[in-house]
Design a protein around this ligand. Structure first.
Ligand SMILES: Cc1ncc(COP(=O)(O)O)c(C=O)c1O
Length: 464
């Protein structure tokens, strides 16, 4: 019998994420190409679908390191034992982290890293004799993971439903996009309101992405916001935690995106690119003053998971850092990223549904609007995000589009996050296939909305 390209959900024993979606069965991958069970190939503009496979697929050098480590010592737990791979990876991460970060705790993924960052911030205050500090303030339009604590960090009812009863009440501010707050002043006002509502002496942390990933692709607040946040941190004594689960370890053309903002965070959580899709590993990094609160206090920070700091995953993390350094990939992402943004913006030029093309390194985003006014969110029932991904898939391209319209802060949008190792030709092919997909969907949408004269596109790009 000929192999099937899609899994038969009715016959499968996997509990799928979406029961009505067609899931292609990917059987192998090499570089930036995925291959399904019928031999059809797809360009991977999403680094394995989740932005994790930053170095492409099938890297024999990383696999060889993992194999050698597994043969020597695959696993010991970090509660009572340590191992050279964990020790060395912590040292090397501190070397590439922003100045002042001195300590690292390993975990197995992004949500775990964010949860541990939350626990670290809260415990820091307890260590210093301020046990009333627990409240978090965070941008509403964000994604920090699917666990209860990380779901509570976003202000998106669409994500939180039906888990509301399990979620602590944190406070949220709107994003400073062109639609809501181009200067960042409104977000600062919301931050002041939230501080007043919580009582500044009860606030543990401000928690955010330095540069957003899927929730608001490639968005970062204006400089004024970061400066205002730094002033308020100094005044009120809360910590700033950056979720760098996506942006950490090179994605934006810097080792950590936080190094490029006008504010140095106190805690950074990172994950995906640290294992590059070859191991489940994340990390929490903290600046020395956070560490010193524990060193001078209880001298313990004990909660952890079974796979934290395991030799096998840490050895993969070391191999990833080696590849990034020896192939100059962080620099390549930085230099090539600004050209990629220009190329993407040029390819989407003149499409009235495209309002904004943003980018930092190899993290790019496209925001779509209603072509009738070039301003409003697209009607959600048109399902534009899903249609763009389907059109791209039909052209052999993997993209990730989202439609958080009903949460109120962003409409249909696409994230574009290729592996750092993509060649110029592969990037050009990704851009061409994506632009063709968007043009196709835009044509359909204009016909459905009976657009006679589309609004002229307002902005080509924004690389802030
Ligand atoms: C910005 C951000 N934070 C946290 C997470 C959660 O990471 P994980 O899926 O590894 O738990 C994700 C996952 O996509 C993410 O994009």
């Amino acid at each position: 019998m000929a192999p099937q390209p899609w899994v038969d959900i009715a016959a499968s024993h996997v509990l799928p994420l979406e029961f009505d979606r067609r899931y292609p069965i990917v059987v192998r991958a090499e570089g930036v190409w995925l291959e399904d069970s019928t031999g059809r190939r797809y360009l991977d503009a999403m680094s394995g679908g989740s932005m994790a496979a930053t170095l492409g697929h099938g890297r024999r050098d990383i696999i060889a390191v993992a194999r050698r480590q597994a043969e020597r010592l695959a696993y010991v737990h970090n509660e009572r034992l340590t191992n050279p791979a964990q020790e060395r990876l912590a040292r090397e991460l501190v070397e590439v982290a922003p100045e002042g970060f001195t300590r690292v705790r390993f975990v197995t993924g992004g949500a775990e890293a964010n949860e541990m960052a939350l626990q670290l911030a809260r415990s820091y205050h307890v260590q210093r004799g301020e046990p009333q500090r627990w409240q978090v303030i965070a941008p509403a339009q964000a994604y920090h993971g699917p666990t209860m604590a990380t779901l509570a960090l976003t202000g998106r009812p669409g994500l939180q439903r039906p888990f509301g009863p399990y979620l602590p009440h944190h406070l949220h501010i709107p994003p400073s996009t062109w639609r809501f707050d181009p200067t960042g002043e409104a977000a600062l006002q919301s931050l002041d309101d939230a501080l007043e509502e919580a009582g500044p002496e009860n606030v543990s942390a401000f928690f955010c992405e330095a540069i957003s990933a899927a929730a608001l692709p490639a968005y970062t607040p204006p400089r004024r916001f970061w400066e205002g946040l730094a002033e308020r941190r100094d005044r009120h004594g809360f910590l700033v935690c950056f979720d760098e689960v996506v942006t950490g370890v090179g994605r934006t053309g810097q080792w950590f995106a936080g190094a490029g903002t006008a504010l140095m965070p106190d805690i950074i959580a990172t994950a995906k690119g640290l294992g590059a899709g070859y191991a489940a590993i994340g990390a929490v990094l903290c600046r020395d003053h956070v560490y010193q609160a524990f060193a001078r206090g209880s001298r313990s920070f004990t909660l952890g998971h079974t796979w934290d700091g395991a030799p096998l995953s840490c050895a993969v993390g070391l191999a990833v850092l080696d590849v990034l350094r020896s192939e100059g990939l962080v620099e390549r992402v930085r230099d090539r990223g600004s050209r990629l943004l220009d190329e993407l913006a040029a390819a989407l030029q003149g499409i009235s549904m495209v309002r904004e093309v943003r980018g930092h390194g190899f993290l790019l985003g496209v925001a779509f609007v209603d072509p009738r006014d070039g301003d409003s969110f697209l009607p959600p029932e048109l399902g534009v995000a899903g249609r763009i991904d389907s059109a791209a898939f039909g052209r052999g391209l993997i993209t990730l589009s989202t439609q958080p319209t009903r949460d109120g802060y962003a409409g249909d949008q696409t994230l574009f996050a290729p592996p750092f190792t993509s060649t110029d030709d592969e990037l050009a092919e990704m851009v061409a296939r994506f632009a063709a997909s968007v043009r196709h969907v835009a044509g359909e949408v204009e016909a459905e909305l009976e657009v006679r004269e589309p609004a002229s596109p307002v902005s080509g790009r924004d690389s802030r």
